[in-house]
Design a binder for this molecule. Structure first.
Ligand code: FAD
Ligand code: EPU
Length: 339
C-alpha cells in the first residue's frame, strides 16, 4: 500500500498551474492497493478527490481531504473478433501516448482524439471529444472501484450515460468511483473522419486525399499545436466553457441578429453554438482580467498569465458569462471541474 503524504503541493499537478495544497495525498498504482486503502478506512470521513493529469480541474484553494492520484498502468489487446479489436488501458496511462500506441499497432479509431491532455481514466468522465469524434463512439466498458465499499464495478456504455462533455460520473455518480481501466472497441471497418472543417483543410493543404489513421492523427496534432496553448508554456484547462446547445426559437432569434453565427445541428433538432465565437464577439478575445485572460488564438481557452489563483479564474469566468448573457441571452456552463 502506498504511503499517505501530508500537505502535498498540487500546483505542478494541474495544468492551469493554480496553487493548492492537499491535506493528504496518495498515489494509486494498483486496484489491490486502492482496495486495501478503502478497507483500512483511509477514505472514511474525509473528502476525496480523484486526480489524473489535472488538465480539467480548477482548484479554488487548498483541498481539505485526500487526493488519490491515479497511476495504474498497462495496455493490452484483450480480444479480437471479425469486427473489432478490443484494447484495454490502465486509468493512469497518458491518453495521447495510448492513442499513438494503438495506431502504431495498426488499430485505428482513436486518431481524431490525438493530443488531448490527461489520462485514460479521465476520458469517460466528460466523454472527451474533438474533431468530429467523441470517446463514447469507441468505448466498450470500464472497470471502477466504489470508493465507499471498495467493491469493483464493471460498466458498459448505457451505464455510463454519455452525452456531450457529460456522463454519469459528472452527475449522480460524481465522486463515487475511481475508474481503474477502460476497454475501447476499435472497429475493423475503419473509415477516416475528416468532416470537421479544420481537418479537411489541413489534409488538403498537405495534398492527402485518402489519409490513413496516422495521417489523420498527425493533422489533428498540427491543428491543435497551432491553435491551443501548450500547458507547459501557458497554464490552461482547454475549453473553459461547453458549447451551448439551444432550442430552435432561440437559435432563430440569434441567427437573425447575427448571420455569421457558427452552429452545428444536433440529432434532436437543437443547435450547438460556438462559445468561442460568442466570447470573441463579446470583446474578450486576447483580453485579461487580472492574471487570467482569454487566449488570443482561441477565446474559449482561459490562460494563466502568471501567478493566478482560483479566485482570479472565477472572477474572469463570471465576467465573461455575464457579458455573453447580456449580449446574446445565452448561458455558458463551465467545462472543467471546480474543486
Ligand atoms: P483531471 O483533470 O485530473 O480530472 C478531471 C475530472 O475527472 C475530475 O473530476 C477528476 O476527479 C476525474 N477523474 C480523473 N481521473 C479519474 C479516474 N481514473 N476515475 C474517476 N474520476 C477521475 N477535453 C476534450 O474533451 N476535448 C479536447 O479537445 C480537449 N482539449 C484540451 C486541450 C488542453 C490544452 C487542455 C489543457 C485540456 C483539454 N481538454 C479537452 C480537457 C482535458 O484534457 C480532458 O478533460 C481530460 O480527459 C482530463 O484528463 P485528466 O487526467 O487531466 O483529468
Ligand atoms: N471561434 C471564434 N473565435 C474564437 C474561437 C472559436 O470565432 O476565439 C469559432 C471558430 O471560428 C469556429 C468555431 O468557433 O467557427 C469552433 O471553433 P473550434 O473549431 O476551435 O472549436 P471549439 O468549438 O471552440 C471544440 C471543443 C474542443 C475541441 C474542438 C475541436 C468544446 C467546449 N470544445 O472547441 O475541446 O478540441 O472543438 O473539436 O466542445 C476541450 O473540451 O477542452 C476542448 C479543447
Amino acid at each position: 500500500m502506498q504511503q499517505i503524504q501530508r500537505d502535498f503541493p498540487l500546483q505542478a499537478l494541474n495544468t492551469f498551474g493554480l496553487p493548492a495544497l492537499a491535506d493528504r495525498y496518495v498515489v494509486v498504482d494498483s486496484v489491490a492497493g486502492l482496495q486495501a486503502l478503502v478497507r483500512a478506512g483511509a477514505l472514511a470521513g474525509t473528502a476525496q478527490l480523484v486526480l489524473g493529469g489535472g488538465s480539467n480541474v480548477i482548484f479554488g484553494g487548498d483541498f481539505n481531504g485526500l487526493v488519490l492520484k491515479v497511476a495504474i498502468k498497462g495496455r493490452r489487446l484483450v480480444r479480437e473478433d471479425d469486427e473489432a479489436w478490443y484494447v484495454e488501458a490502465g486509468a493512469g496511462e497518458t491518453w495521447h501516448d495510448f492513442v499513438r500506441w494503438t495506431l502504431q499497432q495498426g488499430w485505428p479509431g482513436l486518431e481524431n482524439l490525438s493530443l488531448i491532455p490527461g489520462t485514460v481514466g479521465a476520458a469517460p468522465i466528460q466523454n472527451i471529444g474533438a474533431y468530429g469524434l467523441e470517446m463514447c463512439a469507441r468505448f466498450e466498458s470500464l472497470d471502477a472501484v466504489d470508493l465507499g465499499s471498495g467493491e469493483s464495478r464493471h460498466m458498459d456504455a448505457p451505464a455510463c450515460r454519455f452525452g456531450y462533455r457529460d456522463s454519469v460520473f459528472k452527475g449522480e455518480a460524481a465522486g463515487r468511483y475511481l475508474i481503474t481501466s477502460v476497454v475501447f472497441r476499435l472497429p475493423k471497418s475503419w473509415q477516416p473522419i475528416t468532416g470537421y472543417a479544420d481537418v479537411a483543410r489541413e489534409l488538403e493543404a498537405q495534398g492527402i486525399a485518402q489519409p490513413d489513421a496516422l495521417q489523420v492523427s498527425d493533422a489533428v496534432i498540427a491543428i491543435r499545436s497551432r491553435k491551443l496553448p501548450d500547458p507547459a508554456v501557458l497554464g490552461n484547462a482547454g475549453s473553459f466553457f461547453k458549447n451551448p446547445v439551444v432550442d430552435m426559437p432561440t437559435f432563430a432569434r440569434l441567427e437573425a441578429a447575427h448571420p455569421g453565427l457558427p452552429h452545428y445541428a444536433q440529432p434532436d433538432g437543437r443547435q450547438k453554438l460556438a462559445a468561442g465565437w460568442l466570447i470573441e464577439q463579446a470583446g474578450w478575445k486576447g483580453r485579461d482580467l487580472g492574471p487570467v485572460g482569454a487566449f488570443e488564438k482561441q477565446a474559449l481557452v482561459l490562460v494563466n498569465r502568471g501567478g493566478a489563483r482560483g479566485e482570479d479564474v472565477r472572477r474572469i469566468a463570471e465576467a465573461i458569462r455575464a457579458d455573453v448573457r447580456a449580449r446574446f441571452g445565452v448561458e455558458l456552463e463551465a467545462e472543467p471541474v471546480f474543486v
